[in-house]
Design a protein around this ligand. Structure first.
Ligand SMILES: [Zn+2]
Ligand SMILES: [Zn+2]
Length: 926
């Protein structure tokens, strides 16, 4: 018998899927389930992270389709960006051809893996039909006041005469020791330069971006936390200090998250870019010779050249003095590189006793360090108080005048009330989004610079501003194109210069999920009516490295578009599945590390099944050839079973108890697998499939199986595995003469284990499984402990009915524990149980001794954690009739394992079941 060979069948099934339009979503679909994997960057070939990402999204999309949903599952290409430009530069090619070649290769790989995309909706961001809408949206954002043109400092290579992205600055060991920052291309030390740049004012939405994270319940907590920290909302106060400079007074505002520490302020510091620093640099210094303050100017220049990360806690004292608005004390004023221009107000009040960074600065510059907050449970020894600073926690104020003795919160409130110079305020770590890139392979920013009119937006009818042909140059190729650069002003018609910066590629990915709705629309970026119907994305799958930039920008776009009136969806992604990393010998698998495994190396479908069955999507997992083998073997097992069923002799038609067992186990497996798919636990779904396959093989080996039940089991396996291994699913389904394509088949029906209401199964399949499993384990234990070589007969005895009633009574009794009948709780438990049982004339009442023994054993079992009784998670045990019927049906498993006669009996019928309890039959072995 030949095994399953994915390579031989893949093309056929891909052809059939395409012919039948299985994955195409009709434009008039109402409320489809939108499943999206983050589209790939066109970097060359697929890597294992892609495979995992898309396998998760595809398995879920296929599962939802089989459940009857209309599914939108599109794919596209994040095609702009620097790597394409670099690759083109290195290969004497151009970014466009290189990118198109990558797309062809990656698309082929995706198809080999059997991902079911609606390719009619494919989008490519480097095509003018896509990026014209980046330009159009830039204009709408501009009209809405969300775009600014402002100076910003960038890394600059003086030799290449170009701006460098973070990724193009390389750290190298040099004369100044480790950490020299050099140009990646020519190794010239990197300088800093100030350029006018375009920004999206995402900070206008900082508050909402932060606040709505709480509502994103379908997102992993970890991702929300990372994003929350990135936004960095801090409450505090804006405090106004009067600064005396050359006899004139100016006000300098600082933001403090801890205004209650103001009595401990011992200096004021401003960033080198602060207006006050500029004014100080220009001011005459103390010797009165008319020169500017060279020391301040030199420091400002140094920080600009080296960047704030490089200057540590350096700083320079100035001639200015600041007045503490609360204490009236005069404080020295510093210009300090650790104070960042774009954080808060660009100025801080230095409280070295209670802030780590201020403390480090004060130590460096011999500034006094004062303690004004003490821990509430003052366990500190006064002698080493200094040693313990900075103290950054809450506490009680000390050395703070009339506020001494107040707790921090109360002191803050009082200070805010008492002084006009202090005003409650909120600040964010989030900065505006700099979208300008001084390079070629991106969306041209639709602006023309005119000497008379300033920056003018390109009229809508002239969009798109298309990229000219690529030229190889060390700088920005757009600067080299006179025909691109030189243009006329749309406003005055005079000569003007086109903006040569392009947009950050994150602009492309901030709204691409909207373009999939109507990819060919020519008069708008997306169809608002369809967006209303189809959004938000129901499930978004991607790596958690996108927790900040992409996911934050996309949320910002949705909010801005909604406020502009183009969309009505403030949160674009309802559920986010973030996936862990595929490791190889403990390291992230990547082509740059040389430890990448190509998806097709082990067979594309095996790889796909393996990445799903190896671990929960969020977990990292280790790639091992051995585990891959497991995924391969599962495919072969299923294929072999189906082949021998089809080719073998037919089965029985009369039904035996074991057929009922297998039939119901098929239902139980469907119910369990459904739950696992719902929760993206594909690894557990794979285990369920494996176990049902094992049971069916055993069933077949035990005796001639029931034809229809056997067939139903195999069809079920084909359907359950189809979302994870779609080609195999079709092969099995087809051999078994299933109806149509499995990709379009109905998800199998779990019979009476079907969901009534969400998440509850009645009856619970888990309890049935547990009864069978624990019974088998108990028989094994007894055979083992008693060293029985060859048991002849095994009796399984279901407990007396009164024991079930007792459990029920106790459970209800627990619920009514607060009985208001006095004296009730003094009656012994045995008496109460006996009383309850006697009230039922149908029941054979046991002796008091029997009740007492049963209660003792149940307590002991509870104490051992054997949760056979109703005590586990409050669930009721199966009734005695239910247990009896189930064990009768499962008896063949015991017979099969121990090769003995098996009888299932009831204590009520006179069998010796003294030890039997609900959920735990007595076992007698002869
Ligand atoms: Zn260079
Ligand atoms: Zn003009």
């Amino acid at each position: 018998m030949t095994g399953y060979d994915h390579e031989q069948v893949q093309e056929f099934w891909q052809y059939v899927w395409e012919r039948e339009d299985v994955y195409e979503l009709a434009d008039d679909a109402t409320d489809p389930t939108y499943v999206l994997g983050m589209f790939p960057y066109t970097s060359g070939t697929l890597h294992m992270g892609h495979v995992r990402n898309y396998a998760i999204a595809d398995a879920y999309a296929r599962y939802r389709r089989m459940c009857g949903d209309d599914v939108l599952h599109p794919m596209g290409w994040d095609a702009f960006g620097l790597p394409a430009e670099n690759a083109a530069y290195e290969r004497a090619s151009d970014p466009e051809s290189w990118t198109q070649a990558c797309i062809r290769r990656m698309r082929e790989e995706l198809e080999t893996l059997g991902f079911g995309y609606d390719w009619s909706r494919e989008i490519t961001t480097c095509e003018p039909s896509y990026y014209r809408w980046n330009q159009w949206l830039f204009k709408r954002f501009h009209e809405a006041g969300l775009v600014e043109y402002d100076a910003a400092t960038v890394d600059w290579c003086p030799d290449c005469e170009t701006v460098l992205a973070d990724a193009q600055v390389v750290e190298r060991d040099g004369e100044r020791g480790a950490g020299d920052r050099v140009c990646w291309r020519c190794e010239t030390p990197v300088g800093r330069r100030e350029l006018d740049q375009w920004f999206f004012t995402i900070t206008d939405y900082a508050d909402e971006l932060d606040e709505r994270l709480d509502d994103l319940e379908g997102w992993p907590d970890g991702v929300r936390e990372i994003q929350r920290n990135w936004i960095g909302r801090r409450e505090g106060a804006r405090i106004s200090f009067e600064v005396d400079l050359d006899g004139a007074t100016t006000a300098v505002d600082v933001f403090s998250a801890r205004p209650e520490t103001i009595h401990g302020a011992t200096y004021l510091a401003v960033s080198p870019g602060h207006d006050l620093a500029r004014a100080l640099a220009e001011e005459e210094d103390e010797d009165g010779d008319g020169d500017e303050d060279e020391e301040v100017q030199a420091y400002v220049d140094e920080v600009r050249d080296r960047g704030p990360d490089e200057v540590g806690y350096s700083g320079v004292a100035t001639d200015a003095r600041a007045i503490n608005p609360v204490t009236g004390k005069s404080l020295p004023v510093y210009v300090a590189g650790y104070v960042l221009e774009d954080v808060g107000t660009g100025a801080v009040m230095g409280v070295p006793g209670h802030n780590e960074r201020d403390h480090a600065f004060a130590r460096e510059h011999d500034i006094p360090i004062e303690r004004v907050i003490e821990p509430v449970d003052d366990a500190n020894d006064a002698d080493d108080a200094d040693y313990q600073l900075p103290y950054t926690d809450h506490g009680t104020l000390t050395e703070s005048g009339e506020y001494t003795g107040l707790e921090t919160e109360a002191a803050r409130e009082r200070l805010l009330e008492d002084y006009d110079a202090l005003e409650a305020d909120v600040t964010y770590r989030l900065r505006d989004w700099l979208i300008s890139r001084q390079r070629y392979w991106g969306t041209p920013i639709p602006v023309v610079h005119c000497d008379d009119c300033g920056p003018v937006l390109v009229p809508d009818e002239d969009l798109p501003v298309e990229l000219p042909e690529f030229v190889r140059t060390t700088g920005n190729p757009l600067e080299e194109h006179a025909s691109f650069r030189e243009t006329e002003c749309p406003e005055c018609g005079g000569p003007a210069r086109r903006e040569t910066d392009t947009m950050d590629t994150f602009v492309d990915s901030s709204w691409y999920f909207l373009r999939f709705l109507s990819p060919d629309l020519e008069d708008a970026p997306f169809d608002p009516d369809r967006a209303e119907e189809w959004l938000p994305v129901d499930v978004y799958v991607g790596g958690d490295e996108h927790a900040t930039l992409h996911l934050l920008y996309a949320r910002f776009f949705a909010k801005a578009l909604t406020d502009i009136g183009l969309l009505d969806c403030r949160e674009p992604f309802r559920e986010l599945e973030s996936q862990g990393t595929v490791l190889y010998e403990g390291e992230k698998m990547s082509s740059s590390k040389g430890n990448a495994v190509a998806p097709e190396e082990y067979g594309a479908e095996t790889t796909r099944l393996f990445v799903l069955s190896a671990a929960h999507p969020e977990q990292d997992f280790e790639w091992t050839a051995n585990d891959v083998r497991g995924a391969y073997d599962l495919q072969q097992t299923l294929y072999g079973m189906v082949t021998s069923f089809v080719e073998g002799e037919s089965g029985r038609s009369e039904r035996l108890p074991r057929d009922e067992y297998v039939d119901r186990e098929i239902d139980r497996t469907i119910a369990a697998t459904t739950e696992e798919y719902e929760r993206f636990r594909f690894h557990r779904a794979a285990t369920e499939i494996q176990e049902l396959a094992g049971l069916l093989r055993r069933y077949r080996g035990f005796g001639r199986p029931h034809e229809e039940i056997n067939r139903r089991g195999l069809l079920t396996l084909a359907a359950l595995i189809a979302p994870m291994a779609p080609h195999l699913g079709e092969e099995l389904w087809n051999k078994l003469r299933g109806d149509g394509l499995v990709a379009e088949a109905d998800w199998p029906d779990p019979g009476e284990f079907a969901d009534d209401t969400e998440g509850t199964h009645a009856p619970d399949y888990r309890r049935e499984r547990r009864l069978v499993e624990t019974t088998l384990e108990d028989v094994r234990d007894i055979v083992d402990v008693a060293a029985i070589d060859d048991p002849e007969r095994i009796d399984l005895i279901v407990a007396d009915e009164w024991k079930y009633r007792t459990m029920e009574f106790l459970r209800e009794g627990d619920a009514n524990a607060d009985s208001d009948r006095p004296g009730d709780d003094q009656r012994s438990a045995v008496e109460r149980v006996a009383g309850a049982l006697e009230s039922d004339p149908e029941l054979d009442t046991p002796t008091r001794e029997a009740i007492a023994r049963f209660l003792e054993r149940s307590d002991a079992a509870d104490a051992r954690g054997e949760s056979s009784s109703g005590s586990d998670s409050g669930a009721a045990a199966l009734g005695p009739d239910h247990e009896h019927a189930l064990l009768e049906r499962a008896a063949w498993l015991v017979r099969d394992e121990f090769d003995a006669d098996v009888r299932v009996r009831r204590a009520d019928d006179g069998a010796a079941g003294g030890k039997a309890r609900p959920g735990k039959p007595a076992i007698r072995i002869d």
